[in-house]
Design a protein around this ligand. Structure first.
Ligand SMILES: *Cc1c(COP(=O)(O)O)cnc(C)c1O
Length: 237
């Protein structure tokens, strides 16, 4: 590694350490073990050399929003010990690629998509881990099922041989004040707790919630996966 490279990795590592420290502090405030919380470094628009630096700085999980963009990146780093999560909106006709490329799909938002993921996972000889995306705020512009529809979709996914439901994901509305996102995070946690009991699925504990602007509140409310881009890599172009 040349010296300038070392500086870049050090800077990235400093941002990462800051984010991890903030996660640790938020976990401590709510009496949680920080080990329960995994950091997903969101790399949409982040170029390959910078992802290499992030791996050197210790990132273990990356989140991508677009299949096309993710493909090259995942291919480039296929021999590295890192995991890739799909966090964007997924169209059924891209399910095939999602199954080949990603360890966890955070954004199952319809029965149609679930069926296609199940079918493709079967063809690929894989059991695909998935989360259901819940539109807690019921904003028309957001993907995800309503709280009401979640029970039905979760029940259906649990019945599919090649899918394994691991938990739930949500994106609250954007607020300048992160504290205002708290009720949405709390609602997703309560929904998960209720569905785990009703569907008898203990293996379904993940809560993917919290981004750069609100991840500390999300951790306080039970997040197990936080999806963070800007606080690690800086503003996107
Ligand atoms: C872009 C994105 C993120 C990361 O957002 P930041 O504010 O940059 O941390 C997280 N989740 C999803 C679904 C995203 O699209």
């Amino acid at each position: 590694m040349d010296p300038s490279n070392a500086t870049i990795v050090d800077q990235l590592k400093a941002s990462l350490d800051q984010v991890k420290e903030r996660i640790r502090a938020a976990a401590a405030r709510s009496g949680r073990d920080p080990k329960e919380i995994r950091l997903v470094a969101v790399t949409k628009t982040v170029p390959i050399p910078r992802i290499q630096h992030a791996i050197e700085a210790g990132v273990a999980i990356f989140g991508e929003n677009y299949i096309q963009e993710a493909r090259n990146k995942i291919e480039t780093f296929k021999n590295q010990p890192v995991s890739w999560h799909f966090i964007g909106h997924l169209q059924s006709n891209k399910a095939k690629y999602a199954v080949r490329l990603f360890d966890l799909v955070h954004t199952v938002d319809s029965i149609k998509l679930a069926r296609e993921l199940d079918r493709q996972a079967g063809k690929h000889g894989k059991v695909q881990d998935v989360l259901i995306q819940v539109n807690i705020s019921e904003e028309a512009t957001k993907s995800g099922v309503s709280e009401k529809e979640t029970l039905m979709l979760a029940g259906a996914v649990c019945g599919m041989a090649h899918l394994r439901l691991r938990g739930f994901m949500t994106m609250p509305p954007f607020f300048d004040e992160p504290e205002r996102a708290r009720p949405y995070f709390a609602s997703l946690r309560q929904l998960r707790d209720r569905l785990r009991t009703e569907l008898k699925i203990q293996d379904c504990a993940e809560l993917s919630m919290g981004m750069t602007g609100d991840f500390e509140v999300a951790v306080e409310e039970g997040a197990t996966l936080v999806r963070i881009g800007t606080a690690i890599f800086g503003e996107r172009a």
